[in-house]
Design a protein around this ligand. Structure first.
Ligand code: DX5
Ligand code: ZN
Length: 213
């Protein structure tokens, strides 16, 4: 089985001291830093762009896992790649040809991920699975941190795992109790916003997500 990795989502960090928050989760044992990019069109919220990715890059040695919840992701792949993104994930629900976007991400020598919203069927991913390094299964409707985990998305993780041997990341409402279900279903990368940055002790929170006591 692939190693379990924990990717705290900075969406739930204190942005007035973002650099320190990132250093703190790194010291607490985080494996990746998850960066949620929202444009107010693909999802009803606006967050951050390449400028922030560029500023946080020198602060951490951890891979920057950039989750694009935006329309026209192909217009921004270059900016995020040059800003320091290591993994670039976009949504299958965008209007453009996903294969072209994956080729563009690969052209910039970054890992490519594809994400699916809770209502999207796994079979939509079929033809592009051989091209991607990671599948990101959403377990909330994308747009906001702090939402309730959708248990009816668990079978989708199993469905992806049956046909995909590389990384499966799960994002939305994952806490110490839902993390175990997510891992059992076949995921190996856990995104956690509230359950890490909302905790008093980041190291303890990360350990619990990984399955430790
Ligand atoms: C939701 C984002 C998530 C979110 C996770 O659209 O993609 O990464 O920040 O936050 P929690 O863990 O609080 O659900
Ligand atoms: Zn995310």
């Amino acid at each position: 089985m692939n190693k379990i990795l924990i990717a705290p989502s900075i969406l739930s960090a204190d942005f007035s001291k973002l650099g320190q928050e990132i250093k703190d989760v790194q010291a607490a044992g985080a494996d990746w830093i998850h960066v949620d990019v929202m444009d107010g069109h693909f999802v009803p919220n606006i967050t951050i762009g390449p400028v922030v990715v560029k500023s946080i890059k020198p602060v951490t040695k951890l891979p920057l896992d950039v989750h694009l919840m935006i329309k026209n992701p192909e217009d921004y792949v270059e900016s995020f790649a040059k800003a320091g993104a290591d993994i670039i994930t976009f949504h299958i629900e965008v209007e453009e040809d996903p294969k072209e976007i994956i080729r563009l991400i690969k052209y910039f020598k970054k890992k490519a991920g594809i994400s699916i919203r809770p209502k999207t069927e796994v079979k939509r991913l079929e033809t592009i699975l051989p091209m991607v390094d990671m599948v990101l299964v959403m377990t909330v409707e994308p747009g906001f941190g702090g939402q309730e985990f959708m248990f009816d998305c668990l079978p989708k993780i199993e469905e992806v795992r049956k046909v995909f041997k590389k990384d499966i990341e799960v994002d939305g409402g994952v806490n110490e109790s839902t993390a175990a279900e997510v891992i059992k279903s076949g995921a190996n990368i856990i995104v956690a916003g509230t359950s890490v940055f909302g905790a008093k002790d980041y190291a303890q929170a990360i350990k619990k997500l990984r399955g430790g006591a």
